[in-house]
Design a protein around this ligand. Structure first.
Ligand code: SAH
Length: 348
């Protein structure tokens, strides 16, 4: 329908723009605040939920705007409690987001793009073409959906958010930052930025921008190797932005924010499981205060990559710890439903 396509997504408007709109149509400025609260804090899915707004104003809003709310199209539950959502966007595209329950936390793992443009060889999402960036409201809605599931299925609040779903958040910078602003502000979800982690393949220019913007959330970098040749072989982005540049950007990040960084790191048999790989990581970890998450590899089919031996993992942990760096081995969650790191590929 042509008429439908012309309507604007009302959540693309800032509070200031919404205020301008209401004043311009001869209404009160505070109407904007009321509507804004419905749109964000109360996550209204349609204008009729806005019961303190007059019927005629609601009709006017309906004629000009849409609320492009996401819909959880399919929900799968893993034997370990993990929930994977296939989320349908207003244009029919699908992304995935995951609820990960542990004893102490409930974490939402959310997507920032439909597909991904980076060709990390070991990641299932990389096989999906990048179709488009998500809007701030589409990112926010994923968090709200998981927050609701957390309360419904676990009777516990959502505690953490990780941008570790589909896509590269730093290639959708403005929308990701706007969504985080909405998630953290009292007129949104009011969550602490300390409970949010943005994970990136490590784009130096954008890490510097985060530093300049003095963001308060946590930064994680998918490192996987601290040797250029090895890293380039598994993550082509490293050819454009080698480790030296990444290290410089991280120094700048630390200088500006005084926050440490977390490295995500998978150890694969025959790829990065030798002593020289461990030593290179230890050295890289000294650039700025950091900790290492050794993530279990989640096979994504062709067997090119295999999880390294326990001995190799132990060598990493012991050498990192000896150098005073905290290293944790992270076991996968939700593997049986393809909900673990790197497995999000809209397979349903
Ligand atoms: N593009 C961002 C956000 C995605 S986070 C980034 O790369 O950081 C997804 C995390 O899972 C990344 O650390 C990624 O390197 C890791 N990952 C990808 N495929 C994986 C796999 N098959 N097994 C385990 N971890 C994987």
């Amino acid at each position: 329908m042509i008429e439908q396509a012309e309507k604007r997504d009302i959540r693309q408007l800032s509070l200031e723009q919404l205020t301008e709109y209401f004043v311009q149509i001869g209404d009160k400025a505070f109407r904007a605040k009321q509507v804004y609260e419905w749109l964000w804090k109360k996550s209204a899915k349609d204008f009729d939920q806005m019961t303190n707004i007059s019927l005629s104003t609601r009709e006017k809003l309906k004629s000009e705007f849409t609320i492009n709310h996401i819909a959880v199209d399919q929900m799968q539950r893993s034997g370990d409690g993990t929930i994977k959502n296939a989320v349908k966007l207003y244009d029919g595209m699908i992304v995935e987001s995951v609820l990960i329950p542990t004893e102490k936390r409930i974490t939402a793992c959310i997507s920032s793009q439909v597909g991904c443009s980076l060709d990390c060889n070991f990641c299932a999402t990389a096989r999906l073409k990048r179709m488009r960036n998500l809007n701030a409201d589409e990112i926010y809605d994923q968090v709200v959906a998981i927050k609701d599931q957390s309360e419904q299925f676990f009777n516990r609040p959502l505690t953490n958010i990780v941008f570790m779903g589909m896509g590269e958040p730093l290639l959708n910078y403005a929308n990701v930052l706007e969504s985080i602003e909405k998630i953290t502000k009292p007129d949104g979800l009011g969550m602490s930025p300390k409970r949010i982690t943005l994970s990136t393949v490590g784009i130096p220019k954008m890490i510097k921008k985060l530093a300049d913007d003095e963001v308060k959330f946590n930064l994680a970098v998918s490192l996987h190797s601290a040797i250029n040749d090895t890293r380039s072989a598994v993550m082509p982005i490293n050819e454009k932005s080698p480790l030296e540049e990444l290290g410089d950007a991280l120094k700048y990040w630390y200088y500006k924010t005084k926050s440490k960084v977390t490295y995500e790191y998978v150890v694969w048999r025959g790829i990065n499981d030798k002593e020289k790989d461990v030593d290179a990581l230890v050295k890289f970890c000294k650039i700025i205060p950091s900790k290492v998450n050794l993530i279990e590899y989640n096979p994504i089919d062709d067997g090119e990559f295999q999880q390294a031996s326990e001995d190799a993992l132990n060598l990493y942990v012991s050498k990192l710890e000896a150098a005073g760096i905290v290293a944790k081995v992270r076991r996968s969650r939700g593997k049986d439903i393809d909900a673990a790191c790197g497995q999000l590929a809209n397979k349903s």
